[in-house]
Each structure stands twice: as structure tokens, then as C-alpha cells.
Design a protein around this ligand. Structure first.
Ligand code: ZN
Length: 419
């Protein structure tokens, strides 16, 4: 999401949950009903990860299988498994058996370009609903977006959800169930998506982190004649990174391993809508597909960035973004223009977008009059000193932006953050 935002410039329309269109009603195909089992890696009792063999028919797809706890194992990854969407754009419920020391879960969805994906249902073993499906409303405030664990889509082709993404939400051991949904945008709103979507789950185990590091791969599309080989001696870039580091420090997060990479100059400007002739730009989804940084977050330094027709300071592939590289949402972008911005301001934008990528929403969404679900962040316009305030330009005079303990808990839960 852009950090330089005028009200209405947020890609809010894309967070709208799909409506149940009339063509979907009554035609609800029951897809993917075979019960299937996929092993959690590091669990010797489970079947091999690629078995995905249909067993007895049932209403639930089981992608975890084993129930033995994965103690002592930091991250378990359940590889991409294909889930079929029904006529209403919703997939079947997926069962996930979580171990006793689970601390967070990241669900990733990979599907078709032009289709938006989100987790639209999530229920705990005791029936606690952390993500509620939308009924039939076009109202973004209902359903997944206003759930205890907020869920929304940002860019097309890839979706992700971090649980928990608040300071009060919890994830615990036992059988959880979740569902995914796909939709396309059209003139009048949204249409249910069809086809299949690949689902991947990262299960983080062990004691919650008090501090953490995130590795960055900085992609440079030849702006201002810069080259990756010279990046370490680039003073402007050093100031951007040191500014970002100062802000992230408030959440106990440091920048770990830093690498630089050249990418083609055609990626110097990104825009999510067609720019006038002569102003060549790539779509954000095409930009983020350029990432190839396994285990690190891809950062794209752009000359210009446009979201919904406005020049913005930054954009995140999602709230959260996926832990996997090379998807249409695998990265954050910051722009240096207008007028070769003050590197400290670019650093703020970078820290803000990393906050989004690791699961943080804006403290306050002015166009929806909605605060985040984190209890210790300031509400409304009182959040002006917080890194995740929606309106970056109003923060120019704030030297060090805040992050709360509740926000720290969220960012340290993302699988890209390590000890
Ligand atoms: Zn933002």
C-alpha cells in the first residue's frame, strides 16, 4: 500500500470482498471434496509431501495430516497444493493440524494474473472465528476485512494472510479450518473467479521472537545511473537504509543480510493503471515477479510509482506479502521521485512498506473511519507519529516514528523474519 496517500488513493477497491453474484447462486458446485493428506515436513509420522492422495470423500481438504507436534522445528512449510474454486469463487474448507508450539501461520495463494485471492474463512478448534466470510455485501468493511484477523487482497495473482496479525489474536494447537476465495474486478464490482489456486502454508513454531532480522535484496533498475556493484559506496542509498533501520528498530527488527542486484531499466517506473503514451511503466505485479531472493525480502528502488492514478512513495505486494519469491506480490517498492526525495523520507517509506509486508495495516483508514485491530496503537489522527499512519506526507516533521509492542509482535511473526 502506498505510504504517500491522499484519501482515496489507496487501492481500496481491491480489498472489496467478492459479492455473491446471482449467477453463482444456486449453482454452488461442491468442488475438491476428496479428503487429502499432505505431510508437514519434519514430521516422520506423516506421509510424503507430494502424496496428496484422495482418501475417503468428505467436506474438508486436509493438507496437514499428521497431528504430532513439531517441537524444536522453527518453520514447517506445506508446499503448494492445488485447490479448486467453486462457482461462487470459494474453495473447500482446508483442515490444518497445528502443533503445540505453533506461534504463527502464513497462508500463501498463487493463481492467475488478473484474479485476486484471499483467505475468507478461518476457524479455530474451539469454533473461534478469526476470519469471517462476507455474506453478499459489496462493502469492504464487512467480512474478511473487518474480521478479528483482518484479511484482504492487494495485488492480482497472489494473496497471503498472516495469523495472528493483531496483539490479541491467537493461534494455537489443534485442527484449524480455512477457506480461500478468488474474484475478478469488473465495472460493477467483482465477479467470482474460477479455476484452481495453489495454497502454501508456513507454520512457525517455538518461542515468539523478542527481536529479529530481515534480509533485503535491493533491486536497482539503472535509476540515476546506479549499479548494484557500486551500491555499497552510494551515500544516498546508505542514508535510505539507515533511516529505514532507525524506524524498524522500534519493533525490535533489524536489517540483516543486504544484497544488491541490477534489473532492467524498463522496471524503473511502475503503475497499476495505463499511463499516457510515452510514460512507459510496468504493472506492480510484473515488477514483483522479478524478485529472486529466497529467504529475503525484495526491495525495488524506482524512479516513479503510481497507484490508482496518483504518484505515491511506496507500495507493498500485500498485507502481508508472501514469504516465497518470484510471485506477483513478492516485494516492496519505493520511489525516489518526485524530485529525488530526501533519503530520510524514502527510508520512512521503505520502513512503512516493510511494515505492511510483514502484516501491519494502517493504524487508521480515514476513508473507512476504521482503526487497526491492534489495541496499543493510537486511534484516528492521533496516530500521526506511528510508522503505519496512512498519510506519510503529514509525518515530515517527525524524526522517529513509533511502532507499538503490539505491532512488534506482528512483524516478528512473519516467516521472513529470523533470529
Ligand atoms: Zn501504507
Amino acid at each position: 500500500m502506498p505510504s504517500v496517500t491522499r484519501p482515496g488513493t489507496h487501492p481500496r477497491a481491491q480489498t472489496r470482498p467478492p459479492q455473491s453474484s446471482t449467477e453463482a447462486a444456486g449453482a454452488r458446485r461442491e468442488t475438491g471434496q476428496a479428503t487429502t493428506e499432505v505431510a508437514v515436513p519434519n514430521r516422520p509420522t506423516a506421509p510424503p509431501a507430494d502424496s496428496f492422495a484422495p482418501a475417503s470423500a468428505g467436506p474438508v481438504v486436509d493438507i496437514s495430516g499428521a497431528s504430532a507436534p513439531a517441537m524444536g522445528s522453527e518453520t514447517n512449510v506445506l508446499e503448494f497444493q492445488s485447490v479448486a474454486l467453486g462457482a461462487d469463487g470459494r474453495g473447500p474448507l482446508i483442515a490444518l493440524d497445528l502443533p503445540v508450539d505453533v506461534r504463527s501461520v502464513l497462508v500463501e495463494m498463487k493463481g492467475k494474473d488478473g484474479t485476486y485471492y484471499l483467505v475468507d474463512r478461518l476457524e479455530g478448534p474451539d469454533g473461534t472465528e478469526l476470519v469471517r466470510p462476507s455474506a453478499s455485501s459489496e462493502n469492504a468493511v464487512e467480512g474478511p476485512f473487518s474480521s478479528p484477523n483482518r484479511s484482504s487482497a492487494t495485488l492480482s495473482g497472489t494473496g497471503a494472510l498472516l495469523v495472528p496479525n493483531t496483539d490479541t489474536g491467537t493461534i494455537g494447537p489443534g485442527r484449524w479450518q480455512f477457506g480461500v476465495q478468488g474474484y475478478r474486478l469488473c465495472e460493477s464490482g467483482t465477479l467470482p473467479a474460477d479455476g484452481t489456486v495453489d495454497v502454501k502454508v508456513h507454520i512457525q513454531c517455538g518461542k515468539p521472537l523478542a527481536r529479529g532480522k530481515i534480509d533485503l535484496q535491493v533491486n536497482i533498475p539503472a535509476i540515476h545511473g546506479w549499479k548494484a556493484a557500486d551500491a555499497e559506496g552510494n551515500q544516498y542509498l546508505a542514508q535510505v537504509l539507515s533511516s529505514a533501520r532507525e524506524h524498524l528498530k522500534r519493533a525490535g527488527l533489524d536489517i540483516g543480510k543486504l544484497t544488491f542486484r541490477d534489473i532492467d531499466a524498463s522496471f524503473a517506473t511502475a503503475s497499476d493503471y495505463a499511463l499516457p503514451e510515452g510514460m512507459g511503466a510496468c504493472a506492480p505485479e510484473e515488477l514483483f515477479k522479478q524478485s529472486d531472493s529466497s529467504g529475503a525480502l525484495s526491495v525495488f528502488l524506482l524512479k516513479n510509482l503510481y497507484v490508482a492514478g496518483n504518484q505515491v512513495g511506496g507500495l507493498s505486494g500485500g498485507i502481508p506479502g508472501p514469504a516465497s519469491p518470484s510471485t506477483s506480490a513478492s516485494g516492496v517498492a519505493v520511489s525516489l521521485d518526485p524530485s529525488y526525495r530526501d533519503p530520510k523520507e524514502v527510508g520512512k517509506s521503505l520502513a512503512h512498506e516493510i511494515g505492511h509486508y510483514l502484516g501491519l495495516s494502517h493504524t487508521f483508514e480515514a476513508d473507512l473511519s476504521m482503526n487497526d485491530a491492534i489495541t496499543d496503537t493510537p486511534e484516528g489522527t492521533a496516530g500521526r507519529r506511528n510508522l503505519m499512519y496512512f498519510e506519510g506526507p503529514l509525518q515530515r516533521d517527525v524524526a522517529r516514528l513509533d511502532l507499538s509492542a503490539g505491532q512488534a509482535r506482528v512483524v516478528l511473526s512473519h516467516p521472513l523474519v529470523h533470529r
